[in-house]
Design a protein around this ligand. Sequence first.
Ligand code: AMP
Ligand code: ZN
Ligand code: FE
Ligand code: FE
Length: 277
Amino acid sequence: MLELHSHTTFSDGSLTPKQRVDRAVSKCVKALAITDHDTISGWHEARTAAQPHGLEIVPGIELSTVYNDRSMHILGFYPDPQKLRVPLYERIQGRHRRAQKMVDNLRALGYPIELPPMPGNMAPGRPHVANALLTAGHVASHQEAFQRFIGDHGPAYVPYEKFTAQEGIALLRSCGAVPVWAHPYLFRGGIVEDILPELVTYGLMGVEVYHPQHSISEEQVLEELCSRYDLLMTGGSDYHGPQPKLKPGDIDLNGLKLPLDLLDIVKQAANSLKNIG
Ligand code: AMP
Ligand code: ZN
Ligand code: FE
Ligand code: FE
């Protein structure tokens, strides 16, 4: 089984890379992508933990970009880590500045919080702010933190620093990574059918068709679009760690049961980029 979208404590996941690997092994996953937001720092620990189990680690990333003023996530598979080092440093610094701005906004609103110390190679995100709000007793749940304060229209929300989807796709390709539009139906800045052709002109090579928050009919539309634009298909659970209470319909790790063949196509695409570069 294949799992091409997951997070660790190097971004906003709650499991360390080793814990994440152990859980994948227990669920009989054969290939696991580590796709933290804007950082690749989790790969090394994941590889070391996976090696004795024969679990294949797919090196990946989920880049935070902006399209139509809204957040758009672009997955990249098999980037050259050396080429990504400097550009990612800037993205992660931007995430640290953004997290601090949200803290400042909350303080001005009368809700002071303290973020835990976060090392420089770790990418802070809104879930960390939600956690701090919970710890400070200002909210009773993560959901409430997003609803009252840091959701896309919330009073303390701060968008990503400007980095367009076009720039993100170009960056990934220049690093030999296969760019894939993550969870298109979670995008709030336009209609999937209208946006996709434009992303293709930027160099997009694939679409994350299978995602827990996509309906079956949405996945069918995406399958059709992938065949129309000759794009590869990926999927994953976007797993951020165990949830205290899984709601009916929530998909736990590897609930999607994706076939390994999808990975071969991603590998071929990555090789084609490296041959050009
Ligand atoms: P960021 O990249 O810092 O904007 O954080 C995005 C992450 O926040 C997503 O990957 C989700 O894990 C989480 N998230 C976004 N919106 C919500 C929401 N309304 N409720 C709970 N979690 C959310
Ligand atoms: Zn996340
Ligand atoms: Fe995402
Ligand atoms: Fe994600």
